[in-house]
Design a binder for this molecule. Structure first.
Ligand code: BTN
Length: 268
């Protein structure tokens, strides 16, 4: 397939969106180490709620659990949002769940394949990863200073362009549809969806977001193994709690509450 490498246009995106808070300012870069790192630096310098950082390429894209995120130029979307929610730090994980719902809604709107959220925040289609979220926050004991929601979505990433290490486990909109995505239009939809979910979370509370997160979650009742940096546990998935932790009924009958790890389905 002959792919044209069109740049993202922050002006075009800004003209097309109509949001309450997100994207009033978009910081656009060609190549930077990581949009999350840039967003953190901007937040420390006083960037406002809803400011967005987008890059065409990341040289040190960050994934969860110290991993990297493959970020070649002009193909995909690498975007970080700075949020300054006026809520207790204990509720910060709700923003992570909210962003997974916004991504799944956006992906669903352009595919005929339903996406799935794999706890905590991977978006899969056809059991392969199409998007990931890395949320990083800076808090004082009783207030959040800022939350950075970093989103990577594989858009026009062909299998041949992917390093071999991810070819079997990753997918992209291009792979699924055989068509090139208009990255500007996709970015508008995503920002719009994030803005709407952010508003819903604030006005309607966590229940509405949680219900939608659950509709994308397919592992309830399934047996899984969860690998954590220091141990692994197996059990049946009961669901998640309001902090976004995974609740497992362990093989020994005890309930396990897991805050970070990799889920490996056993009987999927
Ligand atoms: C994961 O699934 O491990 C999370 C991946 C998050 C990648 C995105 S790309 C934009 C933002 N900047 C980063 O350095 N990481 C996130």
């Amino acid at each position: 397939m002959n792919l044209s490498h069109e740049s993202l246009s922050p002006d075009e995106i800004q003209r097309a969106i109509s949001t309450g808070r997100l994207g009033k300012k978009i910081h656009y870069f060609g190549t930077i180490p990581s949009t999350n790192l840039k967003a953190q630096a901007l937040a420390k310098q006083g960037a406002a709620d809803g400011e967005i950082v987008i890059a065409e390429e990341q040289t040190h894209g960050k994934g969860r659990m110290g991993r990297g995120w493959v970020s070649p130029p002009y193909l995909n979307l690498y975007l970080s949002v700075i949020l300054r929610p006026k809520i207790s730090p204990t509720l910060a994980p709700q923003f992570t769940l909210m962003s997974a719902v916004a991504i799944a809604d956006t992906v669903q709107s352009i595919l005929s394949f339903p996406p799935e959220i794999k706890w905590p925040n991977d978006i899969l289609v056809d059991r392969k990863k199409i998007a990931g979220v890395l949320t990083e926050s800076s808090c004082e004991p009783d207030r959040i200073l800022f939350v950075i929601i970093g989103i990577g979505i594989n858009l026009n990433f062909s299998r041949e362009m992917m390093p071999e290490s991810i070819q079997e486990k990753a997918t992209s909109v291009l792979i699924l549809t055989q068509r090139q995505v208009d990255r500007n239009a996709f970015t508008c939809r995503l920002i719009q969806s994030l803005d709407q979910c952010y508003g819903e979370l604030e006005n309607g509370g966590f229940a509405s977001i949680m219900q939608r997160w659950d509709s994308y979650f397919r592992l309830r009742g399934k047996n899984v193994t969860v690998e954590m940096p220091d141990r692994r546990v197996s059990g049946r998935v009961e669901g998640i709690d309001t902090d976004g932790a995974l609740i497992l009924m362990g093989e020994g009958g005890g309930r396990e509450r897991i805050v970070a790890g990799d889920v490996i389905p056993i009987d999927y």
